[in-house]
Write a protein that binds this ligand. Structure first.
Ligand code: ADP
Ligand code: ZN
Ligand code: ZN
Length: 732
């Protein structure tokens, strides 16, 4: 008999990140289960707070001083037993607390006390006939007779102008009854049918391979438009037939209304949709629908991976190369890693898909850790678009200083005349202040790290990997020209230019600013789909999953912007962005064309992307990563400090830097870089510094570093915030 429970309490403080032992009172013994949320007395004042039961024990050595669990909160368990294994692993791997991990498994609403939305309606009860009652009672009875189960008490009272207390009297004597019904807050809109397609040979082969193999992890590498979605839907159908459940992750659900349209159109409205823009109530309802086995399929952003399915057969991760699968707040998990951990625990299959694999995933495919499935043709027979590289240095020589090259300008004109649509893409990041020569394309880089230097306002350049700083030079060290400048152009500016040069065109802009309101993304998307505009200007958002038949021209305004981000993944990101955005062109019967503008036409990732040559790109990139000691050959641990008090911040991070260097000094497999200011050296009044540790280290060492950092920050933890991230998605 288990008399003791191991409980994690709902208290954010790092000091209480442990499993506390509580006694289980006799009345709860028959009911309590692992995974229950409970109320427990905590701290000196024995304040009652929430806790989560993670373990049971038969015995306990010093049980006398233990406190009792006060109560069980819900009539169901909020965490599954298998997920507790996952929680423990996540806490180690992502260097965070139990509570951080527990919280991702629960809809936020549950802790805040959100409940089912319940409506109490009034039904007819005992027969009134032959009873001597006042006419007013009879009138109410008649109203209910005509509206059985439709209205609540207050609604009846208001709508029909009758007394609430009379209704209560009738209820008391059972002439009327109350009935509780649960109102669902999820989207129950009907979608038009999305008919099944007959799979082509490549698609059928992918489905057969996955269904017929004992392997657990697969990667579907299919060119843009090869019909991966159709494969996913076929796999989901297979799973449903086997009575298993599926989760499909997409980069951010609100960004692909098309995907929801297709899935709901195929499988009916009974699939859960789970993403960050749902209200607490909506999340709670969707979570509960999964918990109560009312849905078999969920589609959502990365956090949908934690939904409480009990019989999971498959996790599909579309566009696996996307950075948004990595969380940048605690727990700083990577959904792809979670999928594989889940697969180990529960035996489900994991399907990754992309037209532009991440280097890490492809490396694992070649090492046979992941089964690779290739699709080489577009499903509807459309041709891959032709990509033409325009050297912007030559435009400058022709005295064309506008943001449009001649070729792009003519292309836009052409498409407008032919009544075809155009997408203009700008990978804008306001802080990507790299410095380059507009005459020869030279980019200022750190000699130690092969990373673009970042421009700082007090007129120096710095490498934010190793902290080395360089003077700003007004003259290009390569060609001697005076056209050295830092880059800065935004989507708004492009919109202005387009309107000036093509006043006849109808223009839409899709970026962070224009999509902040709840349905604005969908509105812009629909307007462009319905051909209410000719030109769509946008940031990364326009690179994802859009399937418009009338788009024949894609213009990439400045491919260099992502190429020169100070990040070892910048080459990979550039290759991906170019391929993805190019994939939006020529999806219908008409041929597509892409004009790619750049100052560095010889850059490896730009050249390979323009030829659709991932293999060559991969070979070169993996070689650089090997020689520079970057992942997948090593891990990166990023320790980030932030504070309003700059002196205090610097003093503490330098102190910790010295301690860590001491600990690691005899370990030649590990490099420690910094401390130095982050690329974004100040956000919202908070100064930011970082230490970067790079090398082959195991979880034990990472945990050790975490302990050292937190111990040394004990006295200033209110003023200096720390964040530790293992293999961060970006290093800004
Ligand atoms: P991907 O996700 O690989 O970029 P999509 O799934 O968006 O590709 O498919 C591209 C287009 O091809 C879509 O319009 C889709 O309806 C169509 N399609 C997919 N499979 C088939 C098929 N077997 N037969 C005909 N058309 C198909
Ligand atoms: Zn130059
Ligand atoms: Zn450097």
């Amino acid at each position: 008999m288990y008399l003791y429970a191991g409980v994690v309490v709902n208290n954010e403080s790092f000091q209480v990140d442990k499993i506390f032992t509580y006694k289980i009172p006799e009345n709860l013994l028959p009911k309590i289960k692992i995974g229950h949320r409970v109320k427990v007395p905590f701290g000196k004042g024995n304040r009652r707070i929430d806790g989560f039961v993670l373990e049971f024990y038969e015995e306990c050595s010093n049980s006398v001083s233990l406190k009792y669990i006060s109560d069980i909160c819900d009539d169901f368990t909020v965490i599954r037993e298998n997920d507790i294994k996952l929680i423990k692993e996540m806490r180690r791997r992502y260097l965070c607390t139990y509570l951080d991990c527990i919280k991702v498994f629960l809809p936020t609403g549950i802790i805040k006390g959100v409940k089912n939305k319940v409506k109490e309606t009034i039904l007819l009860g005992k027969n009134l006939e032959g009873k001597f009652l006042k006419d007013s009672y009879k009138a109410i009875y008649k109203i209910v007779e005509e509206n059985n189960g439709v209205y609540s008490k207050t609604e009846i009272s208001k709508k029909f102008q009758v007394s609430l207390s009379s209704i209560n009297t009738l209820i008391k004597h059972n002439f009327l009854l109350t009935n509780k019904t649960i109102v669902n807050r999820y989207n129950s809109r009907e979608y038009s049918d999305y008919n099944e397609k007959i799979l082509n040979l490549e698609q059928q082969n992918a489905v057969n391979t996955i269904m017929g193999s004992d392997d657990k992890v697969f990667f579907i590498y299919g060119v843009t438009g090869s019909g991966k979605t159709e494969i996913y839907m076929n796999l989901v159908k297979n799973m449903i037939e086997e009575n298993k459940e599926c989760v499909m992750l997409v980069p951010e659900i609100s960004l692909t209304p098309q995907m929801v349209e297709r899935f709901k159109g195929r499988f009916g409205k009974d699939i859960a949709v789970f993403h960050s823009r749902l209200s607490d109530g909506e999340r709670y309802d969707e979570w509960l629908r999964v918990k109560n086995k009312q849905v078999k399929v969920a589609i959502g952003a990365r956090s949908a991976i934690f939904l409480p399915f009990d019989n999971l057969g498959m996790i599909i991760i579309d566009e696996e190369h996307e950075g948004s699968y990595k969380s940048d707040s605690n727990p700083k998990y990577n959904a792809k890693e979670i999928a594989e951990l889940k697969s180990n625990i529960e035996g489900c299959k994991v399907i990754l898909g992309s037209a532009t694999p991440s280097i890490e995933t492809y490396y694992r495919c070649l090492n046979k850790e992941i089964q690779l499935i290739k699709l080489t043709q577009r499903a509807d027979g459309a041709l891959m678009p032709d990509i033409s590289i325009v050297d912007m240095r030559e435009e400058l020589m022709k005295n064309n200083k506008s943001i449009f090259s001649e070729e792009l300008y003519n292309g836009i004109n052409n498409s407008l005349v032919n009544k075809e649509q155009i997408i203009l893409f700008l990978n804008r990041r306001g802080f990507s202040t790299f410095v380059s020569c507009r005459k020869c394309g030279y980019v200022f880089k750190c000699e130690n790290c092969d990373i673009s230097l970042t421009y700082h306002h007090n007129n120096y350049l710095s490498c934010h990997y190793c902290g080395k700083s360089y003077p700003v030079s007004k003259i290009c060290p390569k060609c001697g020209s005076k056209y050295v400048k830092y880059f800065g152009v935004g989507t708004e500016k492009i919109e202005k230019e387009v309107k000036k040069k093509f006043p006849q065109a109808r223009v839409l802009r899709m970026d962070f600013d224009t999509t902040r309101k709840k349905n604005s993304y969908e509105d812009i998307y629909n307007a462009f789909k319905n051909e209410e505009a000719d030109i769509l200007i946008g940031t990364q958002m326009v690179t994802k999953g859009l399937d418009f038949k009338n788009v024949t021209l894609v213009g990439i305004i400045a491919a260099d912007i992502s190429l020169n981000l100070p990040d070892f993944r910048s080459g990979e990101r550039t290759f991906q962005l170019i391929t993805q955005v190019a994939g939006r062109a020529g999806r219908g019967k008409k041929e597509g064309k892409v004009v790619l503008q750049t100052y560095t036409p010889d850059s490896h990732s730009i050249k390979c992307a323009s030829k659709n040559d991932f293999d060559s790109f991969y070979e070169e990139d993996i070689r650089i990563r090997y020689s520079m000691n970057y992942p997948p050959f090593t891990k990166i641990l990023l320790i980030n400090f932030s504070s309003k008090n700059e002196d205090l911040l610097i003093k503490n991070i330098q102190n910790i830097g010295i301690i860590l260097k001491n600990i690691l000094k005899n370990n030649d497999k590990i490099e420690i870089l910094g401390p130095c200011p982050c690329v974004l050296s100040k956000i919202k009044e908070h100064y930011r510094w970082q230490i970067l540790i790079k090398g082959s280290f195991d979880t034990e060492l990472a945990l050790n570093i975490k302990d050292v950092v937190y111990k040394n920050l004990k006295d200033v933890y209110r003023d200096v915030k720390v964040s530790i991230d293992i293999n961060p998605g970006n290093l800004l």
